[in-house]
Design a protein around this ligand. Sequence first.
Ligand code: 13P
Ligand code: SF4
Length: 301
Amino acid sequence: MTDLKKEINKLKEKKNAVILAHYYVEPEVQEIADYVGDSFYLAKIAKNSEADTIVFCGVEFMGESAKILSPEKTVLMPDASADCPMAHMATAENVLKVKEKYDDVAVVCYINSSAKLKSVSDVCVTSANALNIVNALPNKNIYFIPDKNLGSFVKKNSDKNIILNEGWCPIHNEITAEDIKAVKEAHKGVKVLMHPECTDDVLSYADYIGSTSGIIDYSEKSEDKEFIIVTEIGVIYELQKRNPDKKFYFPEPLPVCADMKKITLEKVLDCLENGLNQVEVDEEIKEKALIPLNRMLELAR
Ligand code: 13P
Ligand code: SF4
């Protein structure tokens, strides 16, 4: 073990801290984490952990959700500038306008959103549970924020009247049908596993659509030996760890989330050592945003 990793482990014990990491962060960061997973899994861990401090190796909305679910804990971000652009691609003003227009509307907020957006929403969802939660709601009208692509995927698979918002993931939204055709042409007959943040056009080529954990589980359980993976490249670490005998291909250009890649071991050590980048959420927003997050956890059970 490198000195850096030893140092992190020592401090973690001293401070009763736990390290959470998303599948998109660099392999060496995933390696030192206590828990690695998709957004849904990490939110549940953050809520239930008994640690005093959570170091969240991911982007801002993940740290904020951890703080909202576990306000008594110290939540540290290794890089305070690591943010998901999509989290800001909707406005509270528009939410209020839609609420005025439809009296029975439920505002369904993808967890990739700011705390402020959560605070004006009825229920949160992640890519692992969006479809089931929307279908379980009593409301006919659903305003789905901020991701138009995940919203559209849900719309296609539900009888609800889903109103979409103009937001998207800059990484998944960039992947084109041409990119998929090219990778399929190079690897004929290989199943295509995709994240629902991709466009409708791209998703029409999928054999399976699911969250990062869903994609990883599918490839592990399948008898197939090769897969085309259409999500951010970071998942390759867990895919290869679980399936050393299987092959994984990605579309070109490789989907890379620059914000997730900002997290380094040096920054993990620095924030743990010096208590840097503590997540703070305004009290009123925290209280209001807890309601849709808890509702998600209840409905997803
Ligand atoms: P998952 O919840 O599927 O891991 O997705 C998070 C994310 O940011 C996808 O771009
Ligand atoms: Fe946000 Fe896209 Fe990065 Fe996920 S991959 S954190 S949705 S920018």
